[in-house]
Design a protein around this ligand. Structure first.
Ligand code: PAP
Length: 331
C-alpha cells in the first residue's frame, strides 16, 4: 500500500522523464482509424485505444494486486456496466441495504474504476487507496497484458464475454456517441471489415476471449468466465456462481429472504437506465451516464448486419474458436 501511495503522490522528474520516453515510443506504434473516429494503435499483439495506451502501460508496470482484489475484465461493450453494478452490490451488500445502495445515485463506472483509464490514465480521477476493501476494479486489457501481480497473487478475475455481433453493434453506437455524431449505419461495412481483420479497441476479439477462456480452464479458482447471454437467460443461478467465486456466497437465509432477486432488480438494465443519475448526469470522466445504457438485449445485431457479413463472421468464428469448446448464443 505504501508503495502505491508513492506511485501516485510522486510525480517527480524521473517519472516525467519516463513519460516523455513513453510518448516517443508510442508515436512509433502502428495506428489505424475506425470510421467512427477512434484511432487504435497496435502494441504487443493487441489494439488499444491510443488515448489509453499510456495508462495501459502504466497499469502494467505499477499495479500491485492484493489477494482480496476482484478484477473485472471485459472486451468493451460486453456488459461491463452490468458486471460492475452486480459485483459492487454483492461485495457491499452488508454495508448498504438495497434501498440505500450507492448505485441509486452513482453510475457503476464511478463505483468500480477502470484501472488503465481512471487510475493510471493521464488524468486519473481516483487513487486506489481511496477504494474500500475488498477492491473491485475493472479493465479491458487482454489477459496476456495484465500486470504480473494479478497472475501471481491470489486475487480473482471475472471475465464477462458477449456474442461478438451484439458487442460489435453496441460499440458502433457507443463510438458515435463518443465522437458526438449521430449513429451512421453506412459506416458499419468498413468497421466490420476492420473488426474481422482484428482491428478494434482491445482486439483482436478472439484473442481477448480465448486468452481469458484458457486461463479460466487452467485456473478455475482464479478466473471465472461468464457469458452475457447466459446471465440474461438465467440470472439467479449465475449470480450465485458469481457470489461464490467472489468468496461471498449467498446464505440460505439470504436466499429465503429474496436477496438475490433484490440484487437482480437493482442491477437490471431497466432499473439502472431509468435512474436520474443515469438519465441526466455525467460520469466523473465526463461521459453522459446514459451512453452506457442503450437496449441491453440479445440479438439486436440482426437489425444491422447483412447475410454476407454473417457468413463471413461464421467462417471466422469456426476458424478462430475451433477446438476451444467455446460457443456463443446470438439470439
Ligand atoms: P463498456 O465496455 O464501455 O463499459 P458495457 O457496459 O460493456 O460498456 O456495454 C454497454 C452495453 O451493455 C450496452 O449494450 P447495447 O448497446 O447492446 O444496449 C448496454 O445497453 C448494456 N447494459 C448496460 N447495463 C446493463 C444491464 N444492467 N444489464 C444488461 N445490459 C446492460
Amino acid at each position: 500500500m505504501e508503495k502505491l501511495k508513492e506511485t501516485y503522490q510522486t510525480c517527480g522528474d524521473e517519472e516525467r522523464m519516463g513519460e516523455k520516453e513513453m510518448e516517443v515510443v508510442l508515436k512509433t506504434l502502428p495506428m489505424e482509424k475506425l470510421p467512427e473516429g477512434i484511432d487504435p494503435c497496435f502494441y504487443e499483439r493487441h489494439w488499444y485505444r491510443s488515448k489509453f495506451i499510456h495508462g495501459s502501460i502504466k497499469f502494467q508496470e505499477h499495479f500491485k494486486a492484493q489477494d482480496t482484489d476482484l478484477i473485472l475484465a471485459t472486451f468493451p461493450k460486453s456488459g461491463t456496466t452490468w458486471l460492475k453494478a452486480l459485483t459492487f452490490t454483492i461485495a457491499n451488500r452488508n454495508n448498504y441495504p438495497v434501498s440505500e445502495s450507492p448505485l441509486l445515485t452513482t453510475n457503476p463506472h464511478d463505483l468500480v474504476p477502470f484501472l488503465e483509464v481512471d487510475v493510471y490514465g493521464k488524468n486519473p480521477i481516483l487513487k486506489l487507496e481511496d477504494l474500500p476493501s475488498p477492491r473491485v476494479l475493472g479493465t479491458h486489457m487482454p489477459y496476456s497484458a495484465l500486470p504480473i501481480s494479478i497472475k501471481d497473487s491470489n486475487c480473482r478475475v471475472v471475465y464477462l464475454c458477449r456474442n461478438l455481433l451484439d458487442m460489435f453493434i453496441s460499440y458502433r453506437h457507443f463510438a458515435a456517441k463518443l465522437s458526438n455524431t449521430p449513429f451512421d449505419p453506412s459506416l458499419i461495412e468498413e468497421s466490420f471489415d476492420m473488426f474481422c481483420r482484428g482491428v478494434s479497441s482491445y482486439g483482436p476479439f478472439w484473442d481477448h476471449v480465448l486468452e481469458y477462456w484458457k486461463a479460466s480452464q487452467e485456473r478455475p479458482d482464479k478466473v471465472l468466465f461468464l457469458k452475457y447471454e447466459d446471465m440474461k437467460e438465467d440470472p439467479i443461478s449465475h449470480f450465485k456462481v458469481l457470489a461464490k467465486f467472489m468468496g461471498l456466497p449467498f446464505s440460505a437465509e439470504e436466499e429465503s429472504q429474496g436477496v438475490i432477486e433484490e440484487v437482480l432488480k437493482l442491477c437490471s438494465f431497466n432499473n439502472l437506465k431509468d435512474l436520474e443519475v443515469n438519465k441526466n448526469e455525467k460520469t466523473r470522466r465526463g461521459n453522459p451516464c446514459s451512453m452506457f445504457f442503450r437496449k441491453g438485449e440479445v440479438g439486436d445485431w440482426a437489425n444491422y448486419l447483412t447475410p454476407s457479413m454473417l457468413e463471413r463472421i461464421n467462417k471466422l468464428m469456426e476458424e478462430k474458436f475451433a477446438g476451444s469448446g467455446l460457443n456463443f448464443k446470438f439470439s
